[in-house]
Structure formats: C-alpha cells, structure tokens
Write a new protein. Structure first.
Length: 525
C-alpha cells in the first residue's frame, strides 16, 4: 500500500529506511549536534543556524515531483563519502574539533542519500545539500581571526565616514576616540553576524535568479563588501548620534535595532542589484537554461511521464554495509575509552621571580580576559635586568585544546589593542649549547611607543609558530598520545628612546636563552 503526500508516492518501507538511517546517524553525532544547537547557534553570530534546516527541507520539498519521477538506483559509490565521513568523525572526536565533526556529519548524510537513492536523485537536490553546510559554525580559531579582521575593517570604515561627515575621530585598533568619548568595536559589532546571513540570502537569491552564471556569482560576491560597508556606516552613525543623544545611541535597544535596520536595508539593495543585472547583456532568453539551471532543473517532471515506483527490497547489500559501518562507529565511540591524558606539571603560580640577572614582579590579569581566553593556568611577569631594562613575560597553559578551546595568537590580540605590526615573521634565537629555536618575531608600534616581541607555541615537546600547526599536531597527538595540552609563550620588551632596535633584540634574545630552560619545568613535553 502506497502513501501519497502532495503528489509524492512513498512506500512505507522507504519511511522505515529513512528512520533507520536517521536514528543511527543522530546517535553517532548526538553530542556534536547538541553542541551546535545549544552553543553554536546560541551565539548571535550564528543564530541564523536555527532556520537553515527549515530552508533545506523546503528546498528538498520543492523538488518533490522530480524526486518522485527519478528512479532510485542504490550505489556502492556512496560508500566513498561514507568512509571519508567516518574518518573525519574519528579525527574530530579524538582531535577535539567540532567543525570536523560537522563536516563528517554532512558527508555521512550525503552518503546515506547516495547509497539508498542513487546519483541521479542526489543531483536533483544538490543545492539543498550545499545549503546544509551553511548551518555549521566555523572553528573557534577561524572565527576569532575572522571576527578580528572584520572589527578592524569596520573600525577603519567607520572612522573614514566620520571624517567625511566632518567629525574628528582617531582609531587605535578597534577603539575609536571621538574626543568626548570612546567607542569600542567589540565582537558584536564586527559585522560577522551580517556578512554570513547576507551571503546565505544572496546564495538563495542567486539560486532562484534565472540568468547567466556570472551574474549569479557577482550577486553572491557582492554581499560581502555590502555587509562590511553598511556595518561601517552603522558605526559612523552611532558616533554621530552619540554626540547628539549620548550613550544610549551606542547601547541597549537602539544599538540592537540599528543592526536589524542595516540588515533590512541590504535586502532591497540585493533585489535592486538583481534587477540591474537582469538588464545587462547578455540577457536571459525565455526557456534558456544556464549552468545552474541545468543542475537545478535536471529531471524536471514531464506531465506525460509516469511516476517511478521503487520496488527495491529493504535489505539491499549496500544499505546493510552502510548501516553496519555507522553502527560499528557508534558502538566503538561509546565503549572504547578515549579519555585524554593530562600530564602533571608545576603550577605557574610558582614560576620563579628571579632568573639569572632578571628580577620579576608578578601581575594579575583582569577577570574578563581570563574568562575570554579559557586557559587552565597562566603567568604574567614583568622582569628587569641590572640596567633596569624591562621584559614582559606571559605564558598561558591549556590542559586540553579539544573541541573549540585553543591558544590565542598575539597576531590577533595586539592589533586589536592598537598595536601596528611594522615587521613580522619567523626568526631563530640562540638557546645555548649551540642550539637555536624558531620563533615568531614582530616589531610593533602604537602612538609613540615601540616594542619588540617574540612568541611561540610550546606543544608537547614541539615549538610551533602558527595556529594551523597547533591544530594539526593536536589531531595527531590526540590519536597517538591522547594529549592535546600546550601553551603560548610571549616575550615583549620596549625599544627605549635612547637605544637602537639591535639593543632590544639582544636583550630579548638573552632573556629567551634564560627563560627556555625554566619553561621546561612548567610546560610538559
């Protein structure tokens, strides 16, 4: 007996197959999906994520007649994305990166469709499957960098617009000084929460926009500068209104409402852009299909054709293999012990205040920064040598860097405070016994101050110089050592007015040579 719904005839056995796949997949990815829904989408940057599953379901429903016509042809090729998805699952589960788990989930869903329905039906709903990717929040270390760059860009645009308006404004990092007050462009004002939804909206508009492919691509790409520009405009308007009505222009209801107002302004702008693009040559002829239309309309229903009814048995060999692989993954993830090994170390609170010729004075970090950085332990010390020349020492230790928690790079933090990188790159510093160590070196300026900084990531016996290396080795060490602990080490010394950069360089090298052996006692290898 067949069940009919809106012209689609689906056998009860197909519903049962879908239920089996859904139960197994949801059981495997339960923790990742719960984290995405309760934490990822709870962030205002990704709050649009709650709507994406509904959009995906609508896009599939829109293809209901096409799907009913195209015959299901189960394919063994579907096991290829399934195997890759399972591999990514273990990489994400052991390495502790949620985005890897999200990509794994997407591959497994695609594989389930491919295994059961076949490639022809996959092609008819390709855009819905692509849209699924937009609901996954970016990895934390990517999100931090993206938010930071957008904050700086929005700050620059806002200050430029204020200058055009005729107001005096000065920017240091993401802080805008208006003379009578300061505006801080925080994460909430970065523009990320406008860029991503607007890109997704433009992607949908491009999908339904029946015109040449280059016009569709241009429509999608234009959403990024549009969102950044209007966010800079919003910051400039906030500065102008602050001078008129006071602090309430930059906080509370007005601040939130202005964000919605700017976003609503972008929608008609995109519609106008579509209208303008439709008038540009070459114009789309009625009945003509473009590249995207061929994929979208592939297998469009023919009123003279008959609906293809699947008579395939429930226990197909390829389906059994797929379900067994997923069930095995579920059983192993629940029964095998993958608890992370956290090594014993000395607390950084006992870090010595006397190292060689250096005498230190411990500092306390403000609680807001402690909460934001999520480290397990830290040390922040101002050291001086016999000549009263200072070096600031900071290290943050993480017992675990799994699932979102990772070290923060000074490349992100320092420019946000107004420091400008004049020179930056890798360098080697001597650490004694004829050995040298590769580190990051940067010469930075802020106002009239000049500083020289060294920093590196001490990761389980390795010295790394960028966050991508940190994440890669975290994956590997989680698999081979069941460890992801590590630390950031940062040294900063001022370049005094009465000395050359080479003098500060020698001072920092001397300090690094003294501090590295001590660090080995506090940061496990």
């Amino acid at each position: 007996m067949l069940k009919e719904f809106e012209g689609i005839r689906i056998r009860p056995v197909s519903w049962l197959k879908a239920l089996v796949y859904a139960c197994v997949i949801l059981a495997v990815y339960r923790s990742a999906l719960v984290t995405m829904a309760y934490y990822g989408w709870a962030s205002e940057d990704y709050s649009y994520g709650y709507l994406i599953p509904l959009v995906v379901l609508y896009l599939v429903w829109e293809k209901r007649e096409v799907l009913s016509e195209v015959k299901s042809v189960p394919s063994w090729y579907g096991l290829i994305p399934l195997a890759l998805g399972i591999a990514l699952y273990w990489l994400g589960e052991l390495g502790g990166e949620f985005y890897t788990l999200y990509c794994s989930f997407w591959l497994v869903v695609v594989a389930a469709f491919w295994v059961h329905l076949g490639w022809r039906k996959i092609k008819s709903i390709w855009f819905a499957l692509i849209m699924m990717l937009t609901m996954f929040p970016f990895p934390n270390y990517v999100n931090v960098r993206l938010t930071f760059q957008l904050k700086l860009l929005s700050s620059r645009l806002g200050v430029w617009m204020l200058h055009v308006y005729g107001m005096s404004a000065y920017r240091e990092g993401n802080v805008i000084d208006l003379g009578f007050t300061q505006l801080q462009v925080v994460d909430a004002c970065s523009g990320l929460r406008y860029v991503m939804p607007l890109m997704i909206l433009s992607l949908l508009l491009a999908y339904w926009f029946r015109d040449h492919w280059w016009k569709r691509i241009l429509l999608v790409l234009s959403s990024v500068p549009l969102a950044i520009f209007v966010n800079g405009f919003r910051i400039a308007v906030t500065g102008v209104l602050y001078s008129m009505v006071g602090a309430k222009a930059a906080e509370g209801f007005f601040h939130g409402f202005s964000g919605w107002l700017i976003f609503l302004f972008c929608i008609p702008f995109l519609l106008v852009e579509m209208w303008v693009l439709s008038k540009l040559p070459p114009k789309q002829q009625r009945g003509e299909k473009t590249g995207m239309d061929h994929g979208r309309d592939s297998g469009e229903p023919n009123p003279k054709s008959k609906i293809q009814r699947s008579t395939l048995p429930f226990f197909q060999p390829v389906s059994i293999v797929a379900i067994v692989l997923l069930a095995t993954t579920l059983v192993l993830s629940k029964t095998v012990e993958f608890r992370e090994k956290i090594p014993i170390k000395m607390p950084l609170a006992s870090f010595p205040m006397k190292i060689g010729e250096w005498t230190g004075d411990r500092e306390q970090m403000e609680q807001q920064f402690i909460d934001a950085l999520h480290f397990s332990d830290y040390a922040l010390v101002d050291y001086e040598n016999g000549s009263k020349k200072a070096v600031n020492f900071y290290t943050a230790y993480y017992e675990s860097q799994r699932k979102g928690e990772t070290t923060h790079s000074p490349e992100t933090c320092l420019p946000g405070s107004g420091w400008e990188f004049k020179e930056a790159g890798a360098a080697y510093v001597p650490i004694g016994q004829g050995k040298s160590m590769r580190i990051n070196r940067a010469f930075i300026e802020k106002g009239g101050a000049r500083d020289l900084t060294y920093y590196w990531f001490a990761q389980r016996g390795r010295v790394l110089t960028n966050l991508y290396q940190v994440k890669l080795y975290s994956f590997w060490d989680a698999l081979t050592k069941q460890r992801t602990d590590g630390a950031l080490v940062r040294l900063i010394t001022p370049v005094y007015n009465d000395e050359k950069l080479q003098d500060a360089e020698k001072r920092l090298q001397d300090f690094a040579k003294d501090i590295v052996p001590v660090l080995k006692e506090y940061i496990p290898e």
